[in-house]
Ligand binder design. Structure first.
Ligand code: AMP
Length: 290
């Protein structure tokens, strides 16, 4: 595996892969890798002749009082994992290499990016869309792999790629979970032992949402209220976002029996925010498939 720190070396390495006739799959990450990230890597390897992984903790997508400085980092461990998995290139630039001068250009998908997580993290998704565009331009992948755990991010990237005709196929990969159902996340290491135990309430709330819709609940506002009350039964959980939205536009819906919705949860445990979601098909359509 080549470990590359500069944009120039990356371009040369990508040119060499292309000259070799290889299709390139790309997995952008912020590092501190876990089995969720490695599942994206495996998928890329299965579908392409070469896989490039980036590790870059992107300051543009962190708000002033967020965890940019304390975000967990372990490049030695991450490179060993990627090397063992047979990745071709690890691109791990520092901030000056990615942003040699202040960024004056912004890529944003405001109608999708200002909702949900964007409401509590203003500017976050513009930072994501901008860095992903820049990484796409550097790596020039055929396909790029993203986790459904960050559901809103996937919708934004898909829309950005479509609107700007970026020549890359976006692949969304199902959320990988711990045995008790908690979504794997680099931020899970922040949780105390008690918070970690309590965090299982998040996937349980998604199970409840699915059950209530299946039992005939049609009102999204009532569903949000049920889920908020359920989450609040856990004293360590502070729900920041409990939202039931259209599965692709993320706009509000009026009737759960009409179209697929996403239940998006953004729940704080102490200072740690955990994110999870589930797409729920309308009951009539789910029954059609039986
Ligand atoms: P991050 O390093 O947190 O920015 O994540 C990098 C990529 O891995 C993103 O596309 C995430 O959605 C994806 N990812 C993170 N956690 C998981 C998970 N538990 N299952 C699947 N993909 C994940």
């Amino acid at each position: 595996m080549q470990i590359i720190k500069t944009r120039e070396e990356l371009r040369a390495a990508v040119r060499a892969l292309r000259a070799d006739g290889r299709r390139i799959g790309f997995v952008p990450t912020m590092g501190y890798l876990h089995v969720g990230h490695m599942t994206l890597v495996e998928r890329s390897q299965a579908e392409n002749g070469a896989t490039v992984v980036s590790i870059f903790v992107n300051p543009l997508q962190f708000g002033k009082n967020e965890d940019l400085d304390k975000y967990p980092r372990d490049l030695a461990r991450d490179s060993a994992m990627l090397e063992a998995a047979g990745v071709d290139i690890l691109f791990a630039p520092d901030v000056r290499e990615m942003y040699p001068s202040p960024m004056l250009t912004v890529v944003d998908v405001p109608t999708i990016g200002s909702q949900l997580e964007g409401e509590v993290r203003p500017g976050h998704f513009a930072g994501v869309a901008t860095v992903v565009t820049k990484l796409f331009n550097l790596v020039q992948p055929d396909a790029a792999y993203f986790g459904e755990k960050d559901y809103q991010q996937v919708q934004i990237i898909r829309r950005m790629v479509e609107d700007l005709a970026q020549p890359v196929r976006v692949v969304a990969v199902a959320t990988v979970r711990e045995p008790d159902g908690l979504a794997c996340s680099s931020r899970n290491v922040y949780l105390t032992e008690d918070e970690r135990k309590a965090a299982v309430i998040v996937p349980r709330a998604l199970d409840l949402a699915e059950r209530l819709v299946r039992e005939g609940l049609k009102d999204p506002v009532a569903l949000e209220a049920e889920l908020t009350a359920f989450l609040k039964r856990e004293p360590l959980a502070e729900p920041d976002v409990v939202a039931v939205r259209h599965a692709t536009t993320l706009q509000r819906v009026t009737d759960l029996s009409d179209e697929a919705v996403v239940v998006a949860l953004f729940v704080r445990f102490g200072t740690t925010r955990l994110l999870d979601n589930r797409v729920i098909a309308p009951v009539s359509r789910a029954e059609d498939t039986h």
